[in-house]
Design a protein around this ligand. Structure first.
Ligand SMILES: Cc1ncc(COP(=O)(O)O)c(C=O)c1O
Length: 493
């Protein structure tokens, strides 16, 4: 019998049809949860498709995606100078057009020309760590922000902060005995990535009553508690300003965390992607507070290791889809840095267009440049719009029975507590769903507003929250939310 006929002969033994089944793929992936794009987001997409197809049976006419910090999906416009430079770098022949100087200001043309001299073509792989002159711009930005020098060799450009986090956790985690402290509530990138790399998340609670601050005594207890269970805490993740809580840490909070890191020999992962989204408070970078502590307390903070992340996705840039950002690594041994470099080089390089966007984010037009007035105007407009929307939503929560919320201080989110009526909790339990998930699903079905339940981020047992962005324009959806909430409470009371 030929090989072919042997292969296609009908066999009494059932051959497996697929190489891949849910039971044989990476089990750690099955464990990872990412609520931001979970059930609610999927249902929101279904509802949007129905509206698009002309379904008029729904009690709303638009779906509002308040589930994800994706500013340009709503009405945030890109900053003109950024897109001008990006367009010219993407298609340099535009500069040869007789209309070029009518469309593009001279500083955009000069910036694109300078970048092209360094990069060559946007279509070529760059250095795995990122284009050297862009890393120099990032170092200049950090030095100007903090008043302490930064070294381009410590900077890695990344395809969004998410890929920086993934590479970092892949490098440092060494099996389930590795503990990584994550805040509760947290942005689920962290718990999901820890599940994938098979390390142990060690939760620490943020103090809601005190504007979601960190409590060093509690963090210390969590480190020791983990150790007692055979888990050595190797890193602490701090998100500042915070997703999902909308808080912003004080300088003292940051110094206390650095002191714990010094005491216990723990890497601090400072997720600072919202560093320009601060409202009524000041952003203190971990790097700056660390350098001050090293200056003021010789010998105490010398060995602290820090990874600080920034992104082009947030702030007034809001270019989530372009995938730019950087991670600065401080105080880490050279041989570990070599391994980190090897890991990033396996993916060759972050998208060069995202690197260009990082360049313009950290090195925007300066006063006196032709593009400065428009840049300033656009930047300030986005900032004041975000602040106004944050306050409007916060005010709305004051009108909702059983809802309490810390005032907006940073990031793009509010994370109110909801006191759910006992009958609503019972109903959710009967349906086999978490009570806050039930609430958020009812809100979506009634109003088209998609928010994420607190259970997707972590919360204290018996507490319920939801996270909403304050990016959506207008007041109409806020009124719908108030009406829904008060109706929901009346129905289940
Ligand atoms: C705290 C935090 N870190 C990281 C990210 C990921 O950002 P990026 O788009 O840069 O990957 C997000 C996205 O929402 C975030 O909220």
């Amino acid at each position: 019998m030929s090989l072919q006929s042997a292969l296609f002969r009908s066999s009494p033994v059932a051959r497996p049809k697929k190489a891949l089944t849910i039971d044989n793929i990476n089990p750690h992936l099955l464990e990872a949860d990412y609520a931001v794009r979970g059930k609610l987001a999927i249902r929101a997409e279904e509802l949007r498709d129905r509206l698009k197809a002309g379904d008029t049976s729904l009690p709303f006419t638009e779906v509002i995606n308040s589930n994800i910090g994706n500013p340009q999906q709503l009405d945030q416009r890109p900053i003109t100078f950024f897109r001008q430079v990006l367009s010219l770098v993407q298609y340099p022949d535009l500069m040869l057009s007789p209309y070029a100087d009518k469309i593009f200001p001279p500083d955009a043309i000069a910036r694109a020309t300078g970048l092209l001299e360094e990069i060559g073509s946007l279509g070529a792989y760059s250095h795995s760590q990122g284009v050297p002159c862009i890393r120099q711009s990032v170092a200049n930005f950090i030095a100007e922000r903090d008043g302490f020098p930064a070294d381009p060799k410590d900077i890695y450009l990344v395809g969004g902060a998410s890929s920086g986090v993934s590479n970092l956790l892949t490098t440092i985690c060494n099996g389930p005995e590795t503990g990584v402290m994550i805040p509760v509530p947290q942005y689920p990138l962290y718990s999901a990535t820890l599940a994938i790399v098979d390390a142990t998340p060690v939760p620490y609670y943020l103090n809601e009553a005190d504007r979601w601050s960190t409590d060093p005594g509690h963090i210390r207890q969590a480190i020791l508690g983990a150790l007692a269970k055979g888990v050595k805490v190797k890193a602490v993740v701090v998100i500042n300003p915070c997703n999902p809580t909308g808080s912003s840490l004080s300088r003292q909070d940051i110094k206390d965390i650095l002191a714990l890191a010094a005491e216990h020999g723990i890497l601090v992962v400072a997720d600072e992607v919202y560093q320009t989204n601060v409202y009524g408070s000041e952003f203190h970078s971990f790097k700056k507070v660390l350098r001050e502590a090293q200056r003021d307390h010789p010998g105490v903070f010398d060995d602290v290791e820090l990874a600080s992340l920034h992104s082009t996705s947030k702030g007034m840039v809001g270019e989530c889809g372009q995938r730019g950002g950087y991670v600065e690594l401080i105080g880490i041994n050279d041989d570990v840095m070599e391994q980190f470099y090897k890991l990033v080089s396996i993916s060759l390089c972050p998208a060069v267009s995202g690197q260009v966007l990082t360049e313009v984010m950290v090195n925007p037009p300066r006063e006196g440049d032709p593009s400065y007035p428009l840049y300033r105007q656009e930047y300030d407009h986005i900032y004041s719009t975000l602040k106004t929307r944050a306050l409007a939503l916060y005010e709305a929560f004051q009108q909702m029975d059983g809802v309490s919320c810390q005032p907006p201080m940073g990031a793009m989110y509010l994370f109110p507590t909801i006191t759910l009526p006992a009958k609503a909790i019972k109903k959710a339990q009967d349906l086999g769903t978490a009570p806050d998930q039930f609430y958020c699903m009812q809100l979506l079905e009634a109003t088209g507003i998609c928010v994420i339940p607190g259970s997707g981020f972590g919360q204290k047992p018996g507490e319920y929250h939801f996270r909403t962005t304050f990016l959506a324009p207008g007041d109409d959806h806020i009124q719908r939310m108030i009406r829904f909430h008060n109706g929901f409470v009346a129905q289940y009371s």
